[in-house]
Design a binder for this molecule. Structure first.
Ligand code: MG
Length: 161
């Protein structure tokens, strides 16, 4: 088994779609970013790459590259998963915390979990999506923060089950 951790934060601004875990959430503001700004998928990609010792999202999908301007972050996830597969690894457990004072995300947790399970090819039971506010700390005012921890299996783990 290997463990990986990912963190990301993006600012909310008017005139952008709000995409979290690949799910479009109706809200008058969205996240600033070179891509679609999906802070959750960015944290998940960094957790996966970290577990595999394969660097970070900025290295593989630079925000200076025109190829990734306006890109769906699900593309980054697909490519990160491919890199893991090539290294003989696969995610077996994922735990996410999203921190935002607004919008309230409780009602979207189930949809995000389902979408992550589909994209990652994992059972929903092995994925957790938690949502918190920062309780009036300036931390998440006008921003969304995501943290992800992933457990990754190596082929030798599968034989041990
Ligand atoms: Mg990011």
């Amino acid at each position: 088994m290997r463990i990986g951790f990912g963190f990301d934060s993006h600012r909310l601004v008017e005139g952008r779609k709000l995409i979290l875990s690949g799910v479009e959430i109706p809200y008058p503001e969205g996240l600033v970013g070179h891509s679609d700004g999906d802070v959750v998928l960015h944290a998940v990609c960094d957790a996966l790459l970290g577990a595999a010792g394969l660097g970070d999202i900025g290295e593989h999908f630079p925000d200076t590259s025109a190829a990734f301007a306006g890109a769906r972050s699900s593309l980054f996830l697909e490519r990160s998963l491919e890199m893991l597969r090539d290294a003989g690894l696969r995610p077996s457990s994922l735990d996410i915390t999203i921190i935002a004072d607004a919008p309230k995300l409780q009602q979207w947790k189930a949809a995000m979990r389902k979408n992550l399970a589909r994209m990652l090819g994992m059972e929903e039971q092995r994925i957790s999506v938690k949502a918190k506010t920062a309780e009036a700390l300036a931390l998440s005012s006008g921003a969304v923060i995501a943290q992800a921890v992933v457990l990754v299996e190596e082929p030798s783990d599968v034989g041990r089950r």
